[in-house]
Design a protein around this ligand. Sequence first.
Ligand code: ADP
Ligand code: MG
Length: 264
Amino acid sequence: MTTIVAIANQKGGVAKTTTTVSLGAALADLDASVLVVDLDPQGCLTFSLGHDPDQLQVSVHDVLLGEEEIADALLTTDDGVTLLPATIDLAGAEALLLMRPGREYALKRALADVAQDYDVILIDCPPSLGVLTLNGLTAAGSVMVPLQCETLAHRGVGQLLRTVTEVQQITNPDLQLLGAIATLYDARTTHSRDVLADVADRYDLSVINPPIPRTVRFAEASASGVSVLRGRKNKGAIAYRELAQNLWNHWTKGAELTAFDVEL
Ligand code: ADP
Ligand code: MG
């Protein structure tokens, strides 16, 4: 069984891409075979995994439009995950897909051809609730929502959760809301925890353990073309490994997901 997870939040800068890279690499280190999908025309996931979007001939854009086979677009990476890359072409896919029937199903159809080769597929959604994110949510079995633990983090969460509900009603009745991932978390003050408690309470959203601490290593990693897990030991990498283990136990052993207790 392949577990397909969309990582979505229409807010930019909440660590969707960082989570996709780091969690993907951590799952690969647990011996999972992992495919990561870049659904953002900015191509940050592609770049973070050591590929220059400007140099690619084939990308997720061609696959979504049915012009190339998905197998011909896949790339290997130094982090042990397979990548379906994005280029700036994807910015035009939105408009091109809009004119097609079944436009929300393009990614689901494409992934069906290779899904059996992977234990886990992580989909890095763009910072909007447009047709690309709808493709991600339609192709996935579950969705995780990275939340940056700062004031106003809740803004937009309601809209995202309404979109999830609409996808459940229309294109993907089986879509499961797995929970939030607390990112850029600062354990030294109570602020991060207060923000999480507020969001969890407002939207009845559980936070998957553990929170991911803020560390400068992430900025260095995204410029280097390999994940933070490959660099010197640091608390961000440790947190993503713990998150990967938590999810892996849930997916492979049916263990209950450990939630982060925001009220402590
Ligand atoms: P998104 O994909 O949601 O737009 P990114 O993953 O690109 O967000 O992250 C936005 C910025 O925050 C990047 O510069 C990234 O390096 C940085 N970042 C992400 N996670 C952390 C963290 N835990 N600590 C410090 N910086 C982080
Ligand atoms: Mg991103």
